[in-house]
Design a protein around this ligand. Structure first.
Ligand SMILES: Cc1ncc(COP(=O)(O)O)c(C=O)c1O
Length: 405
C-alpha cells in the first residue's frame, strides 16, 4: 500500500465509506490522456458548452461595482429569494413565500442540505434509478439507507407508482428523483407524478425531494411538471433547482430549496454553521437570471434537442446498442450490455466500467459507466458538445466496438 493510501486510512470512516464521483474520475483520466497528446473527445462531464447569457454577466459586474462584497444573509439576499418565489409561481405553479426559500452553493449543496436536515441514521431514502451519482453518497453521509428502485428500459427508465408503493416501509423518510433525469434524459409526465403523489398522500411521514435542475432542458410537448404544485403534497415536497444547467452557469454555484418553513429553517440553521450565505456576486447574477428573459435558455434547449436527435440517430446505427430517446437534459444513455463478455483480443469487457475505460483508452472518447448511476448496463454520453465532436465520437465508438468479439 502506498504511503498516501496508508494515510488515507486515518480519514474518518464516513469519508472512507464514500465513493469517488465517477463522472469527475473519468474527466480526470480524459485530461491526463489529452495531456499526453491524444485527441480525446470528452463527453463525460455534465456541463453546458455555452456561455452564461450577457445580461446575467452584466448583473454580476454591477454587483461588484455596487459594493456587494460582504457576507450575505445565510439563506440568501431577499431580492434573490423573492425572484425565486416569483419564478416558482410563474413556471411551476408553486406558491411559496421568500421565507420558504434557502439559497445554497449549487443544487448539489441544496440536495445535500435537505438530506442532512431530514434523514436520521437508519431512515430509508427511496431513490428512483437511474439516478445522479451523488444521491446515494449524500444519503450515506447522513447515515441513511438508500433503497434503489430501477426504472425499466422499456418504461423509458422511469419508476412507476406501483414500484414505489411496494417499496415503502415504516422507515421510509424521503423519496427522491430528478426530472428531467441525469443520466437518462427521461421526463416524468404530470400523470406519472400525480400517480406517485397519490401513493404518497397515504403516507404522511414521507417527504419528496424533487430535483428539477434540468427543468428548462425539456423537449416534450407537455413541458415540465412540478410535484410540489400538487396541493395535497405541497407541505412535504422540497423542490430543488438552480441556475447551473438552464442558464449555463455551472461555475457560479447557485442552487435553492423551496419547502415548508420548518424545513427551510432547518437548512438555514445547518448552513449557518457550515458555509454561511453563498457568494454575493453570484447571487446578484442569479437575480438577473430568474427575473430576466428566457430567450437564451430556449435557444440552448433547442440546440440540445438537435444534438439529441443527431446522437441518438447515430447511436442507433451501432450494432448491439439499445438506445432510449431522451426527453430532456443533455445526455444519451445507451445500453451496451451486448458487448459484455466480449474482447478485442487484449481487453475483456465484463461491465460498463470496463467498457467506458476501454473506450477511453482505445478510441479516446470519454464517457461515464452507468454503474455509478445505478444502471450497470449503460454508459452516459454527454451531448453538450459541438456537432462535429459528437459525430466523430460516435463514429469512433462504432469503429471500436467492431473489434469486440
Ligand atoms: C441531477 C442533478 N442534480 C443536481 C446537480 C447539481 O447542480 P449544481 O451544479 O447546481 O450543483 C446536477 C449536476 O450535474 C445534476 O445532474
Amino acid at each position: 500500500m502506498s504511503a498516501v493510501a496508508e494515510q488515507a486510512r486515518l480519514l474518518a470512516d464516513r469519508i472512507n465509506a464514500l465513493e469517488e464521483s465517477s463522472t469527475l474520475a473519468m474527466t480526470k483520466k480524459a485530461r491526463e490522456l489529452a495531456a499526453q497528446g491524444h485527441q480525446v473527445i470528452s463527453l463525460s462531464v455534465g456541463e453546458p458548452d455555452f456561455k452564461t447569457p450577457a445580461h446575467i454577466c452584466e448583473a454580476a459586474k454591477k454587483a461588484i461595482d455596487d459594493g456587494f462584497h460582504g457576507y450575505s444573509p445565510v439563506a440568501g439576499y431577499p431580492d434573490l429569494r423573492k425572484a425565486i418565489a416569483d419564478k416558482l409561481k410563474r413556471d411551476n405553479n408553486i406558491d411559496w413565500k421568500p421565507e420558504n426559500i434557502v439559497v445554497s452553493t449549487g443544487a448539489k449543496h441544496s440536495l445535500a442540505n435537505a438530506i442532512q436536515v431530514l434523514v436520521n441514521p437508519g431512515d430509508e431514502v427511496i431513490i428512483f434509478a437511474p439516478y445522479w451519482v451523488s444521491y446515494s453518497e449524500m444519503v450515506k453521509l447522513a447515515e441513511g439507507k438508500s433503497v434503489i428502485l430501477e426504472g425499466a428500459f422499456e418504461n423509458d427508465f422511469k419508476v412507476t407508482a406501483e414500484q414505489l408503493e411496494a417499496a415503502i416501509t415504516p422507515r421510509t423518510k424521503v423519496v427522491m428523483y430528478a426530472s428531467p433525469n441525469n443520466p437518462t434524459g427521461s421526463v416524468y409526465t404530470e400523470a406519472e407524478l400525480r400517480a406517485v403523489a397519490e401513493v404518497l398522500e397515504k403516507h404522511e411521514n414521507i417527504y419528496v425531494l424533487a430535483d428539477e435542475i434540468y427543468e428548462y432542458i425539456n423537449f416534450t410537448e407537455e413541458g415540465h411538471f412540478s410535484i410540489g404544485s400538487i396541493p395535497a403534497l405541497k407541505e412535504r415536497v422540497i423542490t430543488v433547482n438552480g441556475v447551473a444547467k438552464g442558464y449555463a452557469m455551472t461555475g457560479w454555484r447557485i442552487g435553492f430549496i423551496a419547502a415548508a418553513k420548518w424545513i427551510a429553517d432547518g437548512v438555514e440553521k445547518l448552513q449557518g454553521q457550515v458555509t454561511s450565505g453563498t457568494n454575493s456576486i453570484a447571487q446578484k447574477a442569479a437575480v438577473a437570471a430568474f427575473n430576466g428573459p428566457l430567450d437564451a435558455t430556449r435557444e440552448m434547449s433547442k440546440a440540445y434537442a438537435r444534438r439529441r436527435d443527431l446522437v441518438v440517430g447515430l447511436l442507433k446505427e451501432i450494432p448491439g446498442f439499445k438506445v432510449n430517446v431522451p426527453q430532456g437534459a443533455f445526455y444519451a444513455f445507451p445500453d451496451v450490455s451486448y458487448y459484455f463478455g466480449k474482447s478485442d483480443g487484449k481487453t475483456n469487457i465484463n461491465d460498463s466500467d470496463d467498457f467506458s475505460l476501454w473506450l477511453l483508452n482505445t478510441a479516446f472518447v470519454s464517457t461515464v459507466a452507468g454503474s455509478g448511476f445505478g444502471a450497470p448496463n449503460c454508459i452516459r454520453i454527454s451531448t453538450a458538445a459541438a456537432d462535429e465532436a459528437l459525430t466523430e465520437a460516435v463514429q469512433r465508438i462504432k469503429t471500436a466496438v467492431a473489434t469486440l468479439h
